[in-house]
Design a protein around this ligand. Sequence first.
Ligand code: C2E
Ligand code: CA
Ligand code: CA
Ligand code: CA
Length: 264
Amino acid sequence: AKACGRDRSERFDEAMRAEATRLLDLEADLRRAILQDAFEPFFQPIVRLTDGAVIGHEALLRWRHELHGILPPADFIGVGEDSGLIEQVDWLMYRKVIGIMAGSNAPGYVSINVSPRHFRSDDFVERLLFLLESAGADPGRLRIEITEVALLDDAPRALRMLSQLRERGVLALLDDFGTGFSALSYLHRFPIQALKIDQSFVQGLGSDLHAESLALVRAILALAGTLGIDTIAEGVETQAQRDMLDELGCQYGQGYLYGRPAPA
Ligand code: C2E
Ligand code: CA
Ligand code: CA
Ligand code: CA
């Protein structure tokens, strides 16, 4: 039994080492990719549910990896955040998105994703405005997507930053709504243009979780209505989901039903 226990702990050590090596490789890979500028925004349309008109696009980060092909954020964002590299990746990404936006006459706005940690950095607003200005892009066509964590972490500061951005025309969307603190009482204090209803609730519609999802989506829509905030449903995959959301009074939607993320 003793020998067996030792084997097991050796196997465990080996697995830990393999995992540590994999993560180190990934970090080295990520550093190289930053130097090679191997990141690219994909864009997914956001539409008005009543008539399907495109009102904007969300920019979603992709890594064109030389061996593994096109990687979504889930494959590298953990290591990127732990190593602090994600901020560099984000700035490369934002510059590209803004460059593409400035040179395109696609309808509506473009939204970028900002992680809570990134939103906390001192020069975030200044750098973003600088990028817009150097690209000759209209700030009124850019939106930032942030989560509740980014707001509540240091609320006075978040309020200041969002106000500065809004003064220049950059509005904010509240991402993944319903999955965070949803302390609700804070909502009316921030300049938020729209709530993005998290896709878990949207995909719950018509599933085993229908009743709960319906109740939550209703509550979110009522709240947003009271506060005069627009609503965007994320992860709309079926016509049935679209119809329910439209009937419930949700204004906008995004998801595979309308289009997958794709290069510019
Ligand atoms: P998110 O902001 O909630 O983005 C929505 C995710 O849902 C995207 O995954 C999108 O491809 C996916 N999606 C869209 N429609 C559907 C649908 O109908 N069904 C399903 N099942 N999924 C759908 P993606 O592109 O893999 O991005 C994952 C997350 O990575 C994003 O979640 C966002 O939090 C983060 N992210 C994306 N781009 C950036 C970026 O430039 N910087 C940072 N820091 N994070 C990013
Ligand atoms: Ca988002
Ligand atoms: Ca989201
Ligand atoms: Ca998310």
